[in-house]
Design a protein around this ligand. Structure first.
Ligand code: NAP
Length: 254
């Protein structure tokens, strides 16, 4: 296959868990070159070695680059690497996340936004019915008028109330509140991007309840099963829906 026919993909937070499974599956797809990224270089390189040894993947389909999605110089370095090495990016899977709050790389997106497929790994916990705060819900719902500034306003207000210990009185989610709010913001951001870039396929997906460190391995799906729906969205054909929320394979309301 000629270089120009290849598709280039970046997966964030991929040294373990669902991101690792996504890299394995995407890199096994003919014609896709995957950049497995991790914030810790040693953990990332170990993941690459494992994928090569255990699953027979090669340098032709799998590379490593360091990326901490909260660190702008690290993001800039990855963007420069992709630009120099490939000249384009076809698939971005925003997968990185932590239980206390999710760091799905808006910064990555901003730098690499030539990608026509963006998959934001989200959670059904972030759907609007779980956000009791009417003001925040109203802004998130009003996609036609939503801006980065408004998204930031909601998250800043939430954080202020979180620090003051007034989540309940201010009608914020009180169970896994940081995770829920960050996923709700990510969902709204997904819809905003899909509207702004109609030629992109930008979707978010809840991969199911997957056995990973995030939930102390209490999930009931394997990592391979959890990787299936994000990979399907990463490989969507051009005429597919954009701006949707998938719960595994089913489109559900935001
Ligand atoms: P996981 O096994 O804990 O993996 C999370 C990954 O994110 C790790 O590689 C972690 O790196 C990375 N990460 C955290 N902070 C980062 C940062 N600042 N920069 C770059 N990478 C960072 O969890 P998982 O279950 O696979 O989660 C993956 C995604 O799926 C998350 O967005 C999560 O919210 C979503 N999700 C999971 C489930 C589930 O049932 N597991 C359900 C719904 C949604 P380190 O190893 O360095 O910490």
């Amino acid at each position: 296959m000629g270089e120009e026919a290849k598709r280039y993909a970046v997966v964030t937070g991929a040294n373990k868990g669902i991101g690792f499974g996504i890299c394995k599956k995407l890199a096994s797809t003919g014609g896709v070159v995957v950049v497995l990224t991790a914030r810790d270089e040693k953990r990332g390189l170990e993941a690459i070695e494992r994928l090569k040894k255990e699953f027979g993947l090669s340098d032709d389909s799998l590379l490593f680059h360091q990326l901490d999605v909260t660190d702008p110089p690290s993001v800039a370095s990855l963007a420069a690497f992709v630009k120099t090495r490939f000249g384009k990016l076809d698939i971005l899977v925003n997968n990185a996340g932590v239980p206390g709050g999710v760091v799905n790389g808006e910064n990555v997106l901003r730098r690499l936004s030539t990608s026509p497929r963006i998959v934001n790994v989200s959670s059904a916990m972030g759907v609007l019915k779980h956000i009791p705060n009417e003001w925040a819900r109203g802004l998130f719902e009003d996609i036609d008028n939503l801006t980065n500034q408004k998204l930031g306003d909601v998250l800043r207000e939430f954080l202020k109330d979180y620090k003051k210990g007034s989540l309940e009185s201010k009608n914020w989610p009180i169970v896994v509140s940081g995770y829920t709010m960050s996923k709700a913001a990510l969902n709204a951001y997904t819809r905003m991007l899909a509207k702004k870039f109609p030629n992109f396929r930008v979707n978010c997906v809840c991969p199911g309840f997957v056995k990973t460190d995030l939930n102390e391995n209490t999930g009931f799906m394997s990592i391979d099963e959890g990787a299936e729906s994000p990979v399907r969205l990463a490989l969507l054909p051009d005429d597919s829906p954009s701006g949707q929320f998938y719960s595994v394979d089913e489109i559900i309301p935001f």
